[in-house]
Design a protein around this ligand. Structure first.
Ligand code: UDP
Ligand code: MG
Length: 312
C-alpha cells in the first residue's frame, strides 16, 4: 500500500484550511487511490489568526492529519522544508492552502508517477490571469534573467506544487542551506520530471501573503542562491570602463598636444564621475549581496524552530 504525504504550508489561512481538507478528502475517494493511504501534514508558519486551533481540532478528529507549528513566521521555504522532513510517506506533494494548486490534479500525477518512468511530476501555470500586470512583467523578466545565468532550466510559471518520490524528497532535504529557493533546488536536483500545465486559479478565500517587496527579495534570493554570474558581470563592466577610459586618456593627451585646450568640458567630466560612482556602488552592492548571504549561511542557524507538533 502506498502512502502519499500532502504538505501544506499555512500562514494566516483560517479561512481556507477547512475548505482545503474537504476537497482533499473528496479527491482521496477516487477509484485511483483505493490502495493509497493519505497523510496530511500542515505546517503552521507562525499564523496570527485561528489557523493553529483549527489544525489542532482537525488533527484530533482525523487520524491522518498531522501538524507542526513554528515559533514565529519563518517563511514558506522553511515551512516546506519542515513539512518534507516531518512527513512519512512514499510519495510527497507540496501544496498551497488556498486551493490555487488544484487537488484533483493529484489523480493524474499519481497515475503518471506509477505507470510512467518519472521521479517527479511538476506543475506550471500557463496563464497569469488575475495577477497584476506589473507583477507578471517582473516575473517574466526574472525568469529570462535567471535562465541566462544558470546551467539548469528554471521554468517560467512553475509552481511548488507537485508529486515526488522519496528519492527526490531526500535529495531536496539533504540541501540544508539557509537561503532557500525551492524552485531552484528542485531544478538543481534533476531527475526525470513531467510537467503538467494548468490555468491560473484564484485564491478561494483570504489574501495573498506576498507583497511586491517580498517577491522582489525572493527573486534576489533565487539569483544569489543559484548563480554567481552577477559578480562576473560587475568585473566585466569594470574592465570595460578601464578600457574606455584608457582610450579617452590617449585621445585627450593627443588633443591637448595638438590644440592646447584643457579647461572646457567640465560638465561632461562631472557626468562621467557620477556615472563611474554609480557603477562602483552597484558592483559593491552586488558583492555585498553575496557577502551577506555567505554571512547568514556561515552562522549556521536553524532554518525553522518548532514550538509544538502533534504526537502521532
Ligand atoms: N505562506 C507561508 N508562509 C509565508 C507566506 C505564505 O507558509 O510567510 C503560505 C500561504 O499560507 C499559502 C502559500 O504559502 O499556503 C502561498 O501563499 P499565497 O497564496 O499568499 O501566495 P500567492 O499564491 O499569492 O503567490
Ligand atoms: Mg496563493
Amino acid at each position: 500500500m502506498d502512502k502519499i504525504s500532502i504538505i501544506v504550508s499555512c500562514y494566516n489561512e483560517e479561512k481556507t484550511v477547512n475548505i482545503l481538507i474537504d476537497k482533499l478528502e473528496e479527491v482521496a475517494q477516487d477509484e485511483v487511490f483505493k490502495d493509497v493511504e493519505f497523510e496530511y501534514v500542515f505546517v503552521n508558519d507562525g499564523s496570527k489568526d485561528e489557523t493553529l486551533n483549527i489544525l489542532k481540532k482537525m488533527s484530533d478528529e482525523k487520524k491522518n492529519v498531522r501538524y507542526i507549528s513554528f515559533s514565529r513566521n519563518f517563511g514558506k521555504e522553511a515551512a516546506m522544508l519542515a513539512g518534507l522532513e516531518y512527513a512519512t510517506g512514499d510519495y510527497f506533494a507540496l501544496m498551497d492552502a488556498d486551493l490555487q494548486d488544484p487537488p484533483e490534479l493529484l489523480r493524474e500525477m499519481y497515475i503518471s508517477i506509477k505507470t510512467e518512468d518519472y521521479d517527479c511530476i511538476a506543475t506550471r501555470r500557463v496563464t497569469r490571469k488575475g495577477e497584476p500586470l506589473l507583477r507578471s512583467f517582473f516575473s517574466r523578466t526574472f525568469y529570462k534573467l535567471i535562465n541566462k545565468m544558470t546551467d539548469f532550466e528554471m521554468v517560467d510559471g512553475a509552481r511548488d506544487y507537485g508529486l515526488m518520490t522519496k528519492q527526490v524528497r531526500d535529495s531536496i532535504i539533504s540541501m540544508k542551506e539557509y537561503n532557500r529557493y525551492y524552485k531552484g533546488l528542485f531544478a538543481f536536483v534533476g531527475f526525470k520530471k513531467k510537467w503538467i500545465e494548468y490555468e491560473n486559479v484564484e485564491r478561494v478565500a483570504g489574501e495573498t501573503k506576498w507583497s511586491f517587496w517580498k517577491l522582489f527579495k525572493y527573486a534576489l534570493e533565487g539569483i544569489t542562491a543559484f548563480t554567481t554570474t552577477p559578480l562576473a558581470i560587475a568585473s566585466v563592466i569594470g574592465l570595460l570602463f578601464c578600457l574606455i577610459s584608457g582610450i579617452a586618456i590617449i585621445f585627450i593627451i593627443i588633443k591637448t598636444l595638438v590644440y592646447g585646450d584643457a579647461t572646457s568640458g567640465w560638465p561632461s567630466l562631472a557626468c562621467i564621475i557620477m556615472f563611474m560612482g554609480g557603477i562602483q556602488l552597484l558592483s559593491l552592492g552586488i558583492i555585498g549581496q553575496y557577502l551577506s548571504k555567505t554571512y547568514l549561511e556561515v552562522k549556521n542557524r536553524p532554518i525553522y524552530i518548532i514550538r509544538e507538533h502533534d504526537n502521532k
